[in-house]
Design a protein around this ligand. Structure first.
Ligand SMILES: Nc1ncnc2c1ncn2[C@@H]1O[C@H](COP(=O)(O)OP(=O)(O)OP(=O)(O)O)[C@@H](O)[C@H]1O
Ligand SMILES: [Mg+2]
Length: 407
C-alpha cells in the first residue's frame, strides 16, 4: 500500500487532470487484507502462511530505531551481534559503554514463539520466504537487506525489513486514513490495546486499524517482473490490464500480447469474476513464462490508494472498452519512468549521498564502513590539531581528500 504522501501526490496529479471521487471505504480496504482473501483463493495463488502477530510485536515495529529482538536463546540476533563484535574490537569497553549496552539490552524484546513459527515456515518453503503484513510488503526497505531483495532466510532478516519500511508503518498506523468512512480518533476516548489483549484501537466513532495484524510469509519464487500484470475490475467487468513493471520496455511481450490477454481473461472468468466481496477491485497476476501457468498475486482496492501504473484513475472510471496496455517502446519507458529516474519508492529512499557512500552495501557493511570513516576522520582531526600545535597547518581540503581516498 502506498504511503500517505504518495497517495496525496497521486491525488493532486489526478485532480489536475479531472474531477475524481477518491473515496474508498474501510470495508473495501479490509477486503484486500491478505488474511481475508487468501483462504478463498489459495489454490490459484502462491503458497503462503499467515501468522497472527501479538500486540507486543506491533509495539516493537512502532518504536523508533532499528534494533533486532533477542532470539529464543536470549542472545542478540545475527546482525546485531555482528555489529556489536565489530564495535567491541574497535573501541575499548569502559563503564559508560556498559551502561549504554544495559540500557539497549533492556529495550530489546524477544519473540521466541514468533521466531519458531517463522523458522517452521521457512523450513517448509525450502529456506526462502517473501514477507508482508496485512496489505503491504516492505519493498521500500529491500536496499537494507543482504540479498537487496525481499528474499528472507531467517527471522532477523524479516524483522529488519519490517522495521525499516514506511509501507509497513503505513499498514500499522495509517491503513484507513484515506477512507471516506474513517473518523480520526479523539484522543480522550482511545483505548490503546494492552500487550495481552487483541482488541482494536477503537472508540464509539473511530476504527483506526484492523483487529489483528498478520505476518504473511509466502514461498519465495524468482518472479520475472515482465510477466506480472495488474488487472482493473469495475462493476464486475475486467476493464483494463497493464504491465506491473510499467517503467521497462519488453519487446517480447508485444509478440505474445494476444495470448497473454486470453490467459488473463480466462483466469478472470473461471476463478475471480463475481467471487470477490466488492464489484470494484484490482488484482495482480503472474504468468509463468515457460509453461504459461497463471497465479493470483494480490488484491488491491479500486481506488487512488492503488497505483494505476500505465492508466490513470479518471480514465479507468470512464473506460468504455477493455484495454491491455504495455510499455510501447524505450522512449515510452523513459516517459513512464520520468526520464529514467525511476520514481518507484522515491519518497521512501535514503539520501543519495548515503547511497553513494554505501555503494550498494548492506546495512552491516555500511555501518562498518561508516564507523571506519568516522574513526579515520577523528584520527585525521587529531593529526590536524597536532599539526596546529606545531604551527604546521594542513588545509581542510587536504584533510577531506585523504578521507575520501580511504573509502
Ligand atoms: N512469493 C514471492 N516471491 C518472490 N517475489 C514476490 C512474491 N510475492 C510477491 N513478490 C514480488 O513482490 C512484489 C510486491 O508484492 P505484493 O503485491 O504482495 O506487495 P504489495 O506491497 O501489495 O505491492 P503493491 O502495493 O504494489 O500492490 C510483486 O510485484 C512481486 O514482484
Ligand atoms: Mg498489493
Amino acid at each position: 500500500m502506498p504511503t500517505i504522501d504518495s497517495v496525496k501526490d497521486k491525488q493532486e496529479e489526478n485532480e489536475n487532470q479531472e474531477e475524481f471521487n477518491f473515496d474508498c471505504t474501510i470495508s473495501q480496504i479490509n477486503n484486500c487484507d491478505f488474511s481475508k482473501w487468501y483462504p478463498k483463493y489459495k489454490k490459484i495463488s502462491l503458497k503462503s502462511h499467515i501468522i497472527p502477530l501479538e500486540e507486543e510485536f506491533i509495539n516493537y515495529l512502532n518504536e523508533d530505531g532499528i534494533y533486532l529482538p533477542f532470539n529464543d536463546n536470549g542472545q542478540p540476533q545475527k546482525f546485531y551481534q555482528a555489529e556489536r563484535d565489530e564495535y567491541d574490537s574497535d573501541w575499548s569497553s569502559d563503564e559508560y559503554e556498559d551502561e549504554d549496552e544495559d540500557e539497549a539490552n533492556n529495550k530489546i524484546p524477544s519473540f521466541p514463539l514468533l521466531e519458531k513459527q517463522i523458522n517452521t515456515v521457512i523450513e517448509e518453503f525450502n529456506g526462502k520466504v517473501f514477507p508482508k503484513l496485512n496489505w503491504s510488503a516492505p519493498k521500500d526497505a529491500a536496499w537494507i537487506s543482504i540479498s537487496q531483495s525481499l528474499k528472507c532466510t531467517n527471522p532477523s532478516e524479516i524483522f529488519l525489513l519490517l522495521k525499516s519500511s514506511d509501507f509497513i508503518n503505513h499498514d500499522i498506523s495509517h491503513a484507513y486514513e484515506n477512507c471516506s468512512d474513517y473518523k480520526a480518533p479523539s484522543n480522550e476516548h482511545i483505548e490503546k490495546p494492552d500487550s495481552k489483549s487483541q482488541s482494536p484501537q477503537v472508540n464509539e466513532k473511530s476504527i483506526t486499524r484492523p483487529e489483528t495484524f498478520h505476518l504473511v510469509l509466502r514461498k519465495w519464487y524468482d518472479l520475472l517482473p515482465s510477466m506480472e500484470f495488474r488487472c482493473f475490475v469495475r462493476d464486475n467487468e475486467l476493464i483494463g490490464i497493464c504491465q506491473r513493471d510499467y517503467v521497462t520496455y519488453y519487446d517480447f511481450l508485444h509478440e505474445i500480447k494476444d495470448e497473454l490477454e486470453d490467459i488473463i481473461l480466462d483466469f478472470f472468468e473461471d476463478h475471480i469474476k463475481g467471487t470477490f466481496d466488492d464489484p470494484n477491485y484490482v488484482f495482480d497476476v503472474y504468468i509463468n513464462k515457460r509453461n504459461r501457468r497463471i497465479f493470483l498475486l494480490d488484491f488491491n482496492p479500486f481506488s487512488i490508494t492503488t497505483d494505476a501504473l500505465l492508466f490513470n484513475w479518471p480514465e479507468l472510471l470512464k473506460l468504455n472498452e477493455f484495454e491491455f496496455r504495455l510499455v510501447e517502446s524505450e522512449a515510452h519507458a523513459k516517459e513512464t519512468s520520468h526520464g529514467g529516474i525511476n520514481p518507484i519508492y522515491s519518497t521512501n529512499c535514503v539520501p543519495k549521498e548515503l547511497i553513494d557512500f554505501g555503494e550498494g552495501k548492506t546495512l552491516l557493511e555500511f555501518t562498518e564502513k561508516f564507523a571506519k570513516e568516522l574513526q579515520q576522520m577523528s584520527l585525521k582531526e587529531d593529526d590536524d590539531s597536532d599539526d596546529d600545535d606545531n604551527n604546521n597547518k594542513e588545509t581542510n581540503t587536504n584533510s577531506k581528500a585523504s578521507t575520501s581516498d580511504n573509502k
